[in-house]
Design a protein around this ligand. Structure first.
Ligand code: GTP
Ligand code: MG
Length: 149
């Protein structure tokens, strides 16, 4: 079953959006298999955004995710990588679908509430950065039988 890495960024935690955003993924039918509140250090922040090194927004973005705690999560489900990106909405909340998470809760590209892996390959890399294998829990969830045949 496919897995993705999602992170509630410092603005989500500080604005009290943690429960509301998690609920969107729960209600969709995805399964939470890993969760922790952490303070990201520079090594982890730079590894997370390594693909953006050299771009103008690299340093502010790295500093930003170190500025206050974040909620790191792994979610599991059919096509979860792409569907989570759909639920999140476009990177810049100014262009996000108004029903999406960023569209509903965000105003600015640098404070866009949530991070989600952009491919199955990125998900594997990001899950490995934030979680040890033993921190991920697979389990049978009541109601799974009502989600698909
Ligand atoms: P993430 O899920 O956070 O990775 O967003 P994304 O995949 O939709 O965007 P991308 O990986 O291209 O950029 C990573 C993060 O850097 C974004 O979420 C933004 O917060 C920030 N970012 C990207 N582009 C810009 C930009 O042009 N200006 C600023 N200020 N921030 C940017
Ligand atoms: Mg990205």
């Amino acid at each position: 079953m496919e897995r993705t890495f999602l992170m509630l960024k410092p603005d989500a935690v500080q604005r009290g959006l943690v429960g509301e955003v998690i609920q969107r993924f729960e209600k969709k039918g995805f399964k939470l298999v890993g969760l922790k509140l952490i303070q990201v250090d520079r090594t982890l922040a730079e590894a997370h955004y390594a693909e953006h090194r050299g771009k103008g927004f690299f340093e502010p973005t790295v500093s930003y995710i170190m500025s206050s705690p974040v909620v790191a999560m792994v979610w599991q489900g059919k096509n979860v990588v792409a569907l989570a990106r759909e639920l999140m909405g476009a990177t810049n909340p100014a262009n996000s679908n108004p029903g999406s998470i960023r569209g509903m809760y965000g105003m600015d590209i640098s404070r866009n509430v949530i991070h989600g892996s952009d491919s199955v390959e990125s998900a594997g890399r990001e899950i490995g950065l934030y979680f040890k294998p033993e921190e991920l829990v697979d389990y049978q969830k009541a109601g799974d039988e009502w989600l698909s045949e």
